[in-house]
Design a protein around this ligand. Structure first.
Ligand code: TYD
Ligand code: MG
Length: 454
């Protein structure tokens, strides 16, 4: 009989310990270690007398199977997935509860089912009852779409059903943390359950060639809880992010075997579900008031497309010995670096000041190209004088105060011109075309000198 093995598994990173402890040494998280039981036969050991079969090697060059992509009829979702859903691919979609994962998938699957008669679509919810999903479908006006809906959590049943339906094209599992396999003793949502359920479902998707969407919940720290172990097994990982206080939501590809990573899709949550936003720059700049100090427009690139966003800074004197530094939408360490560079290279004294930085609209920026925009917003706030409102800005700042060139300069400028900006402040680069509306700067002091002319 297979022996049962007790082990203690971190639910955040999947590390295994022989006994319980408060902190996971691998990922540094506290209180994430949970007892789980495994059958010793779960482990693959090479036993027995029979020898393994020989495997065939082939050349790199060969006949390729032309995989077709399924159109979701949702431009933003298509873009994030690299131009549609590749047959047989597995997509993990993570995000905070209530961000809209179930909504976007229900919308997508309904569209696919409604517009392609030959495509059989399945929506399996482990979180909501049939009634709840029906209510949502009615709210979205999609109740007439021929989607096969079920409420189930037992993976064995789901697999048996899907094996019978050989025509399945798209299958949605909402969510992987509610699924379970009977002969694994751990509770649903634990690492061993999630890993085993994921493994079985992915195997079936590859065998039958349907597109599998797995919904995963995210923890406070921004990693998909438990299913982090799944990230390696799936083809695409999408994160659905956004602020509950804002209506727009951003779908970001962090891994994609069939397309560009860091590609984003922008949606607006309204009372009739998620609407695609075709021109995100216009949306992010919609509430911008020109002629205020501490604000400037950063021309960024998200994935393959340019996005303009407003960066706001507020610098004020503090009553406390330790000044406060708060950042929303950008990296706090990067802000400290910019402040240090401004202090030591340009004598701009921010030491006794509180500094607040905000990327307006709820977008999270990770590009170093935003350095120069942040510096400009800080300078403008310290001097209480607005930056010229008709210019965008981008560039990376180094520790010696030099401004470095960044990629896709032309695309950034083109997007700014499209939205009515007259010029740009850009890093000095030999490749730049001569243009009187482009102000090139080589170091951060040049930005301050230029700004002081106004
Ligand atoms: P949901 O898709 O259930 O989130 P998740 O599956 O990620 O947990 O989204 C639920 C939220 O979206 C809820 O707060 C209500 C809101 N919502 C709308 O604003 N409009 C709509 O049309 C729908 C269906 C939901
Ligand atoms: Mg949901």
């Amino acid at each position: 009989m297979a022996k049962k093995i007790r082990e203690f598994v971190c639910q955040s990173c999947g590390s295994v310990y022989p006994r319980w402890q408060g902190k996971c040494e691998a990922c540094g998280e506290w209180n994430t270690i949970v007892e789980e039981t495994q059958q010793s036969s779960d482990f693959t050991t090479i036993k027995g007398k029979s020898k393994g079969k020989e495997i065939d090697f082939v050349s790199l060059d060969g006949e390729l199977e032309n995989k077709t992509r399924i159109n979701t009829h949702n431009k933003e979702l298509n873009r994030v997935c690299g131009g549609g859903l590749v047959e047989g691919s597995v997509i993990l979609i993570g995000g905070d509860p209530g961000i809209g994962k179930s909504t976007i998938l229900l919308q997508a699957v309904s569209q696919i089912a409604a517009k392609n008669e030959e495509k059989e679509c399945f929506y399996i919810s482990g979180e909501e009852s049939i009634e709840q999903v029906r209510l949502r479908a009615k709210r979205l006006g999609l109740e007439k779409s021929p989607v096969n809906l079920a409420s189930a959590t037992n993976v064995k049943d789901i697999i048996a059903t899907l094996e019978k339906n050989r025509q399945s094209s798209v299958v949605i599992i909402d969510s992987i943390q509610t699924m379970f396999i009977e002969n694994i003793e751990s509770a649903p949502g634990t690492v061993s359950q999630v890993r085993a359920c994921g493994n079985e479902l992915i195997k079936l998707a590859k065998k039958q060639g349907f597109v599998l969407f797995l919904v995963g919940h995210m923890t406070k720290q921004g990693v998909i809880a438990g299913p982090r172990v799944l990230e390696h097994m799936v083809d695409t990982v999408l994160y659905f992010e956004g602020d509950r206080g804002h209506q727009f939501r951003i779908l970001r590809a962090v891994k994609n075997r069939f397309g560009a990573t860091d590609e984003i899709g922008v949606f607006e949550m309204c009372d009739k579900g998620l609407i695609e936003v075709e021109n995100p720059s216009a949306l992010f700049l919609a509430e911008r008031r020109g002629n205020v100090s501490g604000s400037c427009v950063f021309a960024g690139i998200e994935g393959s497309r340019p996005v303009l966003v407003e960066i706001q800074a507020l610098v004020s004197s503090t009553d406390y010995s330790a000044p406060k530094r708060a950042v929303v939408g950008w990296d706090a360490n990067r802000l400290s670096m910019i402040i240090a560079v401004l202090q030591s290279r340009c004598d701009l004294n921010l030491g006794g000041m509180d500094v607040f930085l905000n990327v307006a609209g709820g977008l999270k920026i990770s590009e170093p190209a935003a350095d120069l925009a942040v510096a400009a917003a800080l300078i403008s706030s310290v001097q209480n004088k607005p930056m010229p409102a008709d210019k965008v800005i981008f560039g990376e700042i180094g520790l010696s105060g030099e401004v470095r060139a960044v990629g896709q300069s032309d695309n950034r400028i083109k997007e700014a011109m499209k939205l009515g900006f007259k010029g740009a402040i850009i890093p000095k680069n030999k490749k730049n075309k001569k243009d009187k509306n482009m102000f090139e700067i080589g170091n951060i002091q040049a930005l301050i000198d230029w700004y002081n002319q106004f």
